[in-house]
Structure formats: structure tokens, C-alpha cells
Design a protein around this ligand. Structure first.
Ligand code: CAA
Length: 248
């Protein structure tokens, strides 16, 4: 049998890149999904940079918030690589604002990119997984989907929604060799978190018992484990990786 194929949406971003590296290291053929506002040049540059570091990672364009674009993305990968055995729904955005100031557009953008996307992409990948009787769906949520966050009613709602999705789909496909899990990262050193602003970020960092922000690799290793054969008994679960910021 050939190598298993993993698709990581938002694969060229901070956590996404680390996930791609780790899955490639574990022997998967890896495809990084990207949107980047349709900036294909940027994605090709990213691909070349990975190659320089010794990682042969393919890239595939797709706007995961859009069903048609998602379909084109997935069908292109299936045609080229033959299967998608691991789907990591990692793509996500923030449009932080206090609720009083939040616009419908900010709400919709986040719900579509962070939650509708999970429906769009998983719907397209699940039938081939069912046919091959093996699959891994890993949804990247957030500590803020569990504890809430000032300024993130939209983001926290979308990320919390992932848990209900995960637990429901996990039950539907458990008997068919497919696991569905959620990982909830805390504050990890990426450009998304860096954009918060130093003063607010320092305040948030002071609430993390481990005493620092997370590293993308610390999320990536967990994704690799959930993608592995020995993780076949873990399904419908959520793995919190947040430096102790939220314990329950
Ligand atoms: N709790 C209570 N009150 C708070 C507060 C908090 N955490 N933060 C700010 N306030 C207060 C301020 O003191 C101020 O009060 P006054 O009006 O009495 O002076 C008021 O709220 C500010 O309200 P504004 O609507 O004017 O807020 P703003 O526009 O200045 O900023 C914000 C709002 C953009 C949401 C800003 O608070 C912010 O960036 N917060 C951080 C949000 C955050 O953590 N985002 C995570 C991004 S990373 C990520 O999402 C990855 C992941 O999964 C972890």
C-alpha cells in the first residue's frame, strides 16, 4: 500500500506549517491547503521554502468557507494523490471585537471560515474514507471555544461548535475505522496571536501556568499522534493543549 495522504487546511500558516512538517516526518504524503486571498505565488514560495528544509509538501488552493471552492480543492487532491486519509481542519481566522461593536460581517466571516468550513471539507472527505474503511478527522479548535474570551463571541462560538460536530460525527463513523477528534490549542506563538498587541498579550500570558506561550510543534505532535494507527481507540475526544490556562 502507498503512503497515506494528509490534507491540512490552513497548512501554510503558523500551526499548519508545523503540522505539515510533523506529518511528513511521520511518513504521510502531505498537502497544505491554502487560501491566502488567492495569492498563489505566496503559496508556491512557501512550498519552495519547505523543500529547502527537506520537506516535500504539496499545496492546494481552496476557500474552505465556500462549498464550490472546497469541492475543487478536494477533487484536485483526490485526482492527483488518490486519497485523503487524514483531514486536519486547521484553517481559521479571527475578527475580534467586543460584542457591542461586532458587525454581522465579522460574525459571518468567522462562522464561515471556522465552522462552515469544517462541514464543507469533511463532507467531501468522509465518503472516500468510509469506502477505504480508514480515516482520521482532526479539528483544530481553541481554548477560547471552551472558556470564552473577551472580544471573541464569534470565534468562541465557532470553535465551541466544533466540539458538537466532532462528537456527533465520531459516533456516526466509529464502526468504520474512522476517528474524529478535536484539539484545542491555547495561545501559541503564531502571527494570529502576535496580532493581539503586546499589552493585552502580556496580560493573557500571565494567566498561563506553564509561564509561556505554546509552540506550533507542540500542537503538531498531538495531530501526528491522533493520525497514527495506535490512536485508533481515541474518538470523539478533545485534547486541550493550553499550558494549563484552562483546566476542567
Ligand atoms: N475583561 C474585561 N474587560 C476588558 C477586557 C477583559 N479581558 N479587555 C478589555 N476590557 C475593557 C477595557 O478595559 C475597556 O474598558 P472601558 O471601556 O471601561 O475603558 C473596554 O473593555 C474596551 O472595550 P472596547 O470595545 O473599546 O475594546 P477595544 O476595541 O479596545 O478592544 C478587543 C477589544 C479588540 C477585543 C481587544 O480587547 C482584544 O484584542 N482582546 C484580545 C482578544 C483575544 O484574546 N483574541 C485571541 C486572538 S488569538 C486566537 O484566537 C488564537 C486562539 O485560539 C487562542
Amino acid at each position: 500500500m502507498g503512503k497515506k495522504v494528509a490534507l491540512v487546511t490552513g497548512g501554510t500558516g503558523g500551526i499548519g506549517s508545523a503540522i505539515c512538517h510533523e506529518l511528513a516526518t511521520q511518513g504521510f504524503t502531505v498537502v497544505a491547503g491554502y487560501n491566502s486571498g488567492g495569492n498563489h505565488e505566496k503559496a508556491q514560495k512557501w512550498k519552495a521554502e519547505q523543500a529547502e528544509q527537506g520537506f516535500d509538501i504539496d499545496v492546494a488552493y481552496g476557500d474552505v468557507s465556500d462549498p464550490d471552492s472546497s469541492e475543487q480543492c478536494v477533487s484536485g487532491i483526490l485526482e492527483k494523490h488518490g486519497s485523503i486519509d487524514v483531514l486536519v481542519n486547521n484553517a481559521g481566522i479571527t475578527r475580534d471585537s467586543t460584542f457591542r461593536k461586532m458587525t454581522l460581517e465579522q460574525w459571518d466571516e468567522v462562522m464561515n471560515a471556522n465552522l462552515r468550513s469544517v462541514f464543507n471539507m469533511t463532507r467531501l472527505c468522509i465518503n472516500p474514507m468510509l469506502e477505504s474503511k480508514w480515516g482520521r478527522v482532526i479539528n483544530i479548535s481553541s481554548v477560547n471555544g471552551q472558556k470564552g474570551q473577551f472580544g471573541q463571541t464569534n470565534y468562541a462560538a465557532a470553535k465551541a461548535g466544533m466540539h458538537g460536530f466532532t462528537k456527533s460525527l465520531a459516533q456516526e463513523v466509529a464502526a468504520k475505522g474512522i476517528t474524529v477528534n478535536t484539539i484545542s490549542p491555547g495561545y501559541v506563538l503564531t502571527s494570529m496571536v502576535a496580532a493581539i498587541g503586546d499589552e493585552i498579550l502580556d496580560k493573557i500570558a500571565s494567566t498561563i501556568p506553564v509561564g509561556r506561550l505554546g509552540q506550533p510543534e507542540e500542537i503538531a505532535c498531538a495531530v501526528a499522534y491522533l493520525s497514527s494507527e495506535p490512536a485508533g481507540f481515541i474518538t470523539g475526544s478533545n485534547l486541550a493543549i493550553n499550558g494549563g490556562q484552562h483546566m476542567f
